[in-house]
Design a protein around this ligand. Structure first.
Ligand code: SAJ
Length: 419
């Protein structure tokens, strides 16, 4: 069986189904289709199916169609947290329940979604064995964390290195062979699925704690009149042992702001408390309020209150160049401003449906204060003169992207995050 499926992978004679056609599954579906693999996408949302079909890809809402005669099933569904930051595996469970109804001998099931270490062996396997088949004996199971970085032109689903591990050596070998034949990036075998699950969580928790580090520095440096961007640029001249991260008005997105909670909960259940990870989350989640405090202070400098000012929030997306607003700090900032009696104009060129004005011009026209929440390229060259001409008095730069000196030289109040 192993030689058969690996031979068929090499000969591109396998049929693959990708469950979940979001920012992870859709690029993989596109890539496999371009490489002439027989592949079909399965999703529960019509708009995702339409999006795939409009790109000339095979996709369906119907599991019977998607899982008929399939050899390899890749699960790429979301793994969010709920409002109490508790991990939510409902999409993974649903996908496994669907698969179990169609699972046949010799099929390889690979989970790509970010999960707590142990999930593949303790939850996914059991759900799939509801098919009546035995994992590792009748069918194969592996874990290969996704590493998609939305908007990154250099690192794509095709060339990003990947780690992979199966529940048995055979499962590992088959999954390894699959990715080696589909992708170009280096594929590294790990000893167990839980090691591979831990790799992904560690990568993103690493980023979260480093961002929290510079966010705490920003609060400290604001008190002692040090420009953190200058200090980080200086520290980055050290060619080893330092990796620059940057402070801002908050940490959003479905990865960095979410993944640490999967390890926090898993460790808690095992009797360990991740004080450091929790503190990092607390610091990063405090940045929207810190930004609003700076806005209040900035308006005070010009004798105005939040309630009696026209404020424009620039950016809703969680990071520059994308339209994804999940976990974006923009919403906390907007809610706090509304709580203070403001009715802010909102403009994000990538999120028109949630913007209250349609152009940057409208956003700054007759506005007292702008607050930059997202480092969209469109905001990088906002002209200080234009701000002045439109009556802007206060600039809150939540991503430290504007020219502080130029803005201050025109007599406007500039407040960055740590600068
Ligand atoms: N952010 C900061 N300071 C930083 C970097 C980011 O405040 O120095 C904020 C961003 O504004 C954003 C949030 O953190 O609100 C997340 O930014 P991100 O650049 O980490 O973007 P993501 O969430 O798309 O992270 C993805 C991740 N990829 C995967 O999980 C597969 C992450 O592992 C990558 O490191 C990251 O892209 C990347 O390198 O861009």
């Amino acid at each position: 069986m192993k030689k058969n499926i690996i031979t068929r992978i090499v000969e591109k004679k396998i049929t693959t189904c990708i469950i979940g056609l979001g920012y992870v599954g859709l690029p993989l579906l596109q890539l496999m289709s371009e490489k002439k693999f027989k592949v079909i996408g399965l999703d529960v949302k019509t708009e995702q199916i339409e999006k795939a079909k409009n790109g000339g890809l095979r996709a369906t809402l119907n599991p019977n169609e998607a899982l008929k005669d399939v050899d390899i099933i890749i699960i790429c569904v979301p793994t969010p947290v709920d409002e109490n930051h508790r991990p939510d595996l409902c999409y993974v469970r649903k996908a496994c329940q669907t698969i179990a109804k169609h699972l046949k001998d010799g099929v390889m099931v690979i989970l790509e979604s970010t999960v707590a270490p142990g999930t593949t062996e303790e939850i996914v396997m059991a759900l799939l064995e509801n098919s009546g088949l035995l994992a590792g004996k009748d069918f194969y199971v592996a874990y290969c964390p996704e590493r998609v970085d939305p908007g990154n032109p250099s690192w794509t689903v095709e060339n990003i290195p990947r780690v992979v591990a199966g529940i048995t050596k055979e499962s590992t070998d088959i999954a390894f062979s699959f990715y080696q034949n589909v992708l170009k990036g280096k594929i590294i075998k790990m000893s167990t699925p839980r090691a591979a699950e831990a790799v992904k969580i560690v990568e993103n928790a690493f980023r979260d704690v480093n961002i929290a580090f510079v966010n705490e520095l920003a609060k400290s440096f604001d008190k002692i009149d040090i420009d953190i961007t200058e200090v980080l640029t200086g520290a980055a001249t050290k060619p080893f042992g330092f990796l620059p991260h940057f402070p801002g008005c908050g940490v959003g997105g479905h990865c960095i702001a979410v993944d640490p909670y999967y390890l926090i909960e898993k460790a808690e259940k095992a009797g360990f408390s991740h004080k450091f990870l929790k503190l990092a989350r607390e610091i990063n989640d405090s940045m929207p309020e810190y930004t609003v405090q700076k806005l209040i202070c900035g308006l005070n400098h010009v004798g105005k209150s939040v309630k009696n000012s026209v404020i424009a929030v620039l950016g809703l997306a969680y990071k520059g160049g994308v339209s994804d607003t999940r976990e974006s700090p923009a919403f906390a900032i907007i809610n706090q401003l509304k709580g203070l009696g403001a009715n802010p104009k909102i403009f994000d060129p990538y999120v028109q449906d949630k913007s209250t004005v349609k152009t940057l011009g409208e956003a700054i026209k007759n506005t007292d204060c702008i607050v930059i929440v997202t480092n969209h390229p469109e905001f990088l060259d906002i002209s200080p003169q234009k701000l002045l001409d439109n009556g802007v008095k206060v600039v809150i730069d939540g991503r430290n992207i504007l020219n502080k000196k130029e803005i201050q030289n025109l007599g406007l109040v500039y407040m960055g995050i740590g600068r």
